[in-house]
Design a protein around this ligand. Structure first.
Ligand code: B12
Length: 295
């Protein structure tokens, strides 16, 4: 909270501030009015964004925290309510015609925020089964084999949210939809261009690319390893193991930095890839770009 006051952003991210607020509230800990105001203000003034874009995941966790505060009568009540409503509207507006909210990996948290506020977002407004159908289809396709990602999507499939976490008996059946489907890759080859852009303000001269032909279904991480073997200087990279899998920390000797709030972002053309490099399988002809970016 001090960092937000001093520098305008948290030490970590608003996602983690939201999780912390939710945890404190669920345990009925004291949270000062001024901390609540600071948090609500970020929600009211578009603080919960990465780059220019509203982060649905972050908004949803914040909305759950604010909903908990409403239920537990934290003060100032009006500030909490207004911020929650603003976030719920933004989350709802991020829904596409198929029911996905943000992207498939933010949909679980977004569903939780909407379910926890079903008096504000009734079934006539949000067709929950539409969203659920899409989610179940993606689960069957193997999109949720990671435990962290599964833990975000499981509660809303059962109509529950993180706010119910202290009311559950742990004997409810494990959903049969949560299973991994091994996908058979056929061995047709694809060609992928892999480009690394080394700076934030960077002319074409500080980027390097390589074209690689690999079997269809090869994951981006393997393609990066191949590029690294072929050209150590520009394509060597380091990774750190996280609960979600490998997170890329440096490319070509240049590190992302929590202090400078930079990271290696991965794009297919101009669109950020919706998953990590160990999960993502490029299609034929894709131009995968790794770019040092700000968050
Ligand atoms: C904050 C955040 C980031 C921050 C993390 C920096 C920081 N100092 O916190 C930044 C902006 C750097 C980031 C980057 C990316 N992220 Co991100 N991120 C999140 C977010 C909103 C919250 C994570 C968190 O704080 N969890 C709580 C803490 C307590 O748990 P934790 O385990 O310590 O969290 C760490 C990891 O989650 C890690 N991390 C964050 N994102 C990613 C992504 C991958 C692939 C990995 C392996 C690790 C990782 O950083 C966190 C802090 O250290 C989640 C949303 C969600 N639904 O989970 C998305 C999320 C995890 N990210 C996602 C993605 C896709 C990415 C990128 C691949 C985007 C891109 N196209 O470049 C990159 C990673 C590229 C790389 N270098 O390998 C997806 C992952 C989907 C999947 N199938 O795995 C999520 C679920 C968002 C979404 N809905 O699409 N991210």
């Amino acid at each position: 909270m001090k960092s937000i006051e001093l520098y305008g952003h948290p030490v970590t991210t608003y996602y983690q501030v939201g999780l912390a607020m939710l945890g404190l509230c669920k345990q009925n800990y004291y949270i000062s009015k001024s901390d609540i105001k600071t948090f609500a203000q970020a929600a009211m003034h578009d603080g919960l964004s990465y780059g220019q874009q509203f982060s649905v995941d972050t908004g949803a966790v914040a909305a759950l925290a604010l909903t908990c505060m409403q239920q537990e009568s934290y003060q100032p009540a009006n500030t909490i309510r207004n911020a929650a409503i603003k976030l719920l509207m933004k989350i709802f507006c991020a829904k596409d015609t198929q029911g996905i909210i943000g992207n498939i990996y933010s949909t679980g948290l977004a569903m939780q925020a909407l379910i926890a506020n079903d008096q504000l977002v009734p079934s006539e407004v949000w067709n929950r089964s539409n969203t659920l159908q899409e989610v179940l289809r993606e689960i069957d396709a193997g999109a949720f084999t990671n435990a962290i990602l599964a833990s975000q999507i499981l509660p809303p499939i059962q109509g529950k949210t993180y706010l119910d976490v202290d009311k559950l008996t742990c004997n409810w059946a494990v959903d049969t939809h949560v299973k991994s489907i091994l996908q058979m890759d056929n061995l047709r080859e694809i060609t992928v261009t892999y480009t690394v852009i080394y700076g934030l303000l960077c002319s074409p001269s500080c980027s390097h690319y390589i074209c690689l032909t690999v079997p269809k279904g090869t994951r981006l991480l393997q393609i990066m390893r191949l590029a690294q073997e072929k050209d150590q200087r520009f394509f060597r990279f380091t990774e750190k193991t996280t609960s979600l899998g490998p997170f890329i920390t440096s490319i070509g000797g240049i590190d992302g930095s929590e202090n400078d709030r930079t990271y290696w972002q991965f794009l297919n053309g101009s669109v950020p890839i919706p998953m990590g490099v160990a999960q993502y399988k490029p299609s034929n002809g894709e131009n995968i770009i790794a770019r040092l970016s700000k968050y």
